[in-house]
Design a protein around this ligand. Structure first.
Ligand code: NAD
Length: 289
């Protein structure tokens, strides 16, 4: 695949999203967040992925402002959290996010998890999209059955699904479904959060050595070669640079075969079907309001 740091993927509505973005999950110290987003933008990233749940939209907004890059060159994503589900609640949450990010439109707004009430929440996303307040809308952590349920009421098919994906959990079945429905695949935890021994894999180390790259770069390049959008996170500038330096090498068929063989088909993080967890959060939020 012929790619550069500025390469974009066309979503089903024609909007172009950068293949490489920067994630800010768990980066909620104001200075650390602002400095890492600034470092990312300085080093060529143009897409930033945040969420109301990360409680750092304001710091991301400050960094965007300080970076001085024209707004239209950036691609900003945030997500509606499960305790804001519902038509009016979602619209309110969207406007609060815009305010914190200090923006007047978003590039991508996502439902964070398929918790109860996602259909009404999606209706709000459709209306925000039709009002021109967001350029593309999508979901996170949707399984095939969630898409099928949503299709019963939705006017617009989600343009993107952001899901846990890394060499240990390659999402083969879901990927086929997404491709058939023209829904872009975006990987969260593209590096598997550096857990479960992924960076210690001898097979990945060998591929990295062969190409004079790091294991992280091999993993990220593998995602790009399978047409997946990536949003790796780091708060260290040298790693922010490393994670964007993916465009001067190519994996060969043997490398791909080896990485494919690492799939355990087991997720490492949250299960999208753990509905009880979301219900409890929604109920607790209701009783506190
Ligand atoms: P990731 O796979 O990007 O891993 C990040 C971690 O990997 C870092 O904290 C660091 O420990 C390590 N790392 C990063 N670069 C490295 C390098 N070059 N060398 C060695 N170690 C390195 O995990 P993530 O942050 O969970 O996922 C990326 C983004 O996806 C998040 O920041 C967030 O924006 C998004 N996300 C979304 C959801 C969702 O439910 N929608 C869930 C989790 C994450």
């Amino acid at each position: 695949m012929d790619l550069s740091i500025n390469a974009t993927k066309k979503l089903s509505n024609g909007v172009e999203i950068p293949y490489l973005g920067f994630g800010v999950f768990l980066v909620n110290d104001p200075t650390e967040c602002e400095q890492s987003v600034l470092a990312a933008i300085k080093n060529g990233y143009r897409s930033i992925d945040t969420a109301t749940r990360y409680e750092n939209e304001e710091f991301v907004g400050n960094a965007i402002k300080a970076a001085g890059v024209p707004r239209e060159e950036l691609f900003i994503t945030t997500k509606v959290w499960v305790t804001d589900f519902g038509y009016e609640e979602t619209k309110k949450a969207f406007h609060e996010s815009l305010k914190k990010l200090q923006l007047d439109y978003l590039d991508l707004y996502l439902i964070h998890w398929a918790a109860p009430g996602f259909e009404e929440t999606w209706r709000a996303l459709e209306d925000l999209y039709e009002e021109g307040l967001v350029r593309a809308i999508g979901v996170c952590n949707f399984q095939i059955h969630h898409f099928e349920k949503l299709a019963e009421t939705a006017k617009i098919t989600p343009m993107l699904n952001q899901v846990e994906t890394h060499p240990l959990f390659q999402q083969v079945e879901l990927r086929n479904y997404l491709a058939q429905h023209d829904i872009a695949h975006e990987a969260w935890a593209p590096l598997g959060q550096g857990k479960n021994g992924l960076f210690d894999s001898p097979a990945l180390a060998e591929i990295a050595k062969k190409h004079n790259k790091t294991v992280a770069q091999v993993i990220l390049r593998w995602h790009l070669d399978r047409d997946t959008i990536i949003i790796p996170k780091s708060v260290h500038e040298h790693r922010i640079i490393e994670n964007a330096d993916l465009f001067d090498f190519a994996l060969d068929t043997d490398d791909i075969k080896t990485i494919t063989s690492l799939d355990t088909n087991q997720r490492s993080f949250g299960n999208p079907d753990d509905i009880e967890r979301f219900k409890a959060m929604q109920e607790a939020a209701k009783s506190n309001s």
